[in-house]
Design a protein around this ligand. Structure first.
Ligand SMILES: C[S@@+](CC[C@H](N)C(=O)[O-])C[C@H]1O[C@@H](n2cnc3c(N)ncnc32)[C@H](O)[C@@H]1O
Length: 459
């Protein structure tokens, strides 16, 4: 059996639960908002405490944390207006607790009396008894005065859509007609999608296996190996997961395998490969393809190894910098280079709502410079007649169509060619294919395929 790390159970019974769901959610939200920490790291850090909670309490903690962060742009406006000068900026934990309370009151099915009283109780637990009356007053006012809240929010159209101002500005400029779709897609909960390993089973058969296990799923309309689950489940409940029958991967990410279109003996470079979702899919489509998987992060590269071992596939794994192939490339050109570039991740906010709080406009500019350098450094590795597939989970023109257009303008032997699926780009784009989060259950993703001409065109 593959040595996939199974969830650790050892500490569960040993640890006593120390915080209520509301209190722990507030701690997590505060760490993201005030200390700039990433939620996935925090969930790892608090794994023991979460594991010690009863299932319902653990799910509630995660739902409250995600919900408070997902709608934080709105909560920030309400907290500032409602608290006026009564709450110091430095009281970040109380602000986080208010966000948790507002989420329960305005976006969840928690009965209002429970939302208010449990949030107030959490303040005591967090050693903030002085904040109880403030929390009580603000939450009750929000409940009583919906028109006042609307009037506050109308002054900040980005907060009204639960977007950070910089992202609202970018999206409004690039896709003014789609701003509502972009916002509602980013604010919704993402479905769990699995990729069925076509070397081990078929999608139809695995769908029946899931149904027998009480897991309802439907085939994805665009990605041929994808099944969309009606409700998310723990990964260890997926039948045959440890034997490599299925992997968790968004349907948009699964289009990379189609774009690469691997063939036996085809030499493929997966240039930013970790944790290996796309490498694995390429090898499930065609195990005889010769894949080199490069990533600069040794810890993440280890994940590629684990993922490939679990599905029973082989690739050459290389720790290397995609901007400096001279330090790791053996000089043999590739038929296809997949560049799944590091990006702003603005297409996966629905899975990682902390991105709204952690990213800035300057991050988009910085990452676009890295992508440009990667494109330029990797293009010489493509053989004449070969292709480079460019992908990001970003929804910004700077990282996508503008990036690719500039690259083509500077690169005489690069031509954009169509992608192999027939659906037109869900968001208008001059070059490539850009979907928004929520389109056909997918994350926001961008793809472009570039063909290397055998000879530069003569003018
Ligand atoms: C979008 S993720 C790749 C996801 C992966 N393709 C998959 O499907 O599982 C981007 C990856 O780029 C890697 N990366 C960032 N800078 C890099 C560089 N200069 N050279 C190589 N890899 C880099 C990161 O470590 C990260 O694993």
């Amino acid at each position: 059996m593959a040595e996939w790390p199974r969830p650790a159970m050892a500490h569960r019974s040993a640890l006593a639960m120390t915080h209520s769901a509301r209190a722990l959610a507030a701690i997590l939200v505060d760490n993201v908002v005030a200390k700039g920490r990433s939620l996935s790291q925090l969930f790892d850090e608090y794994a023991d405490e979460l594991a010690a909670m009863p299932n319902k309490e653990r799910s509630l903690t995660k739902a409250l944390t995600h919900g408070a962060l997902r709608h934080y742009p709105r909560w920030r406006v309400i907290i500032d207006e409602a608290c006026d000068k009564r709450l110091k900026r430095s009281e970040t934990l109380v602000r986080a607790l208010l966000a948790v309370g507002l989420y329960q009151l305005l976006e969840s099915r928690v009965p209002p009396h429970a939302a208010i009283s449990e949030t107030v109780n959490a303040a005591r637990q967090l050693d903030k008894p002085w904040a109880c009356s403030l929390l009580n007053a603000v939450l009750r006012r929000v409940q009583r005065e919906p028109h006042t809240i609307q009037a506050w929010l109308r002054k900040t159209p980005w907060a009204m859509l639960d977007l950070p101002q910089w992202l609202w500005t970018l999206w409004k400029r690039s896709w003014p007609k789609h701003i509502q779709l972009l916002a509602s897609g980013s604010n919704s909960q993402a479905p769990m999608t699995v990729r069925v390993n076509r070397q081990k089973t078929t999608r139809e058969h695995y769908c029946r296996v899931l149904a027998d296990a009480g897991i309802a799923a439907q085939p994805h309309p665009v990605a041929p190996d994808a099944l969309v689950l009606r409700d998310p489940v723990e990964v260890n409940r997926l039948p045959g997961f440890y034997e490599g029958l299925a992997s968790v991967q968004d349907a948009a990410a699964q289009l990379a395998g189609l774009a690469v279109a691997p063939q036996p003996e085809m030499r493929i470079l997966d240039a930013c490969a970790a944790p290996g979702g796309k490498t694995a899919h390429i090898l499930e489509i065609c195990p005889e393809a010769v894949v080199n998987a490069v990533d600069s992060d040794p810890i993440r590269l280890k994940k590629v190894e684990e993922n490939l071992r679990r599905i029973g596939a082989k690739a050459t794994l290389i720790r290397g910098d995609a901007c400096h192939p001279d330090s790791w490339w053996d000089g043999q050109p590739f038929d296809v280079v997949l560049l799944d570039a590091p990006c702003s991740a603005t297409g996966v906010i629905r899975r990682h709502p902390d991105i709204k709080l952690l990213r800035r406009l300057s991050d988009v500019t910085a990452v676009a410079a890295t992508q440009k350098s990667m494109l330029q450094s990797l293009w010489p590795l493509v053989r004449p007649g070969g292709r480079l597939i460019y992908a990001t989970c970003a929804v910004t023109t700077q990282e996508n169509e503008v990036q690719i257009q500039k690259f083509i303008d500077l690169t005489p032997d690069a031509r954009a060619v169509p992608l192999p699926w027939t659906d037109p780009s869900p968001l208008p784009t001059a070059i490539g294919w850009q979907c928004y989060p929520g389109w056909q259950f997918m994350d926001g993703f961008y793809y472009a395929a570039l063909h290397k001409q055998t000879m530069p065109d003569t003018p």
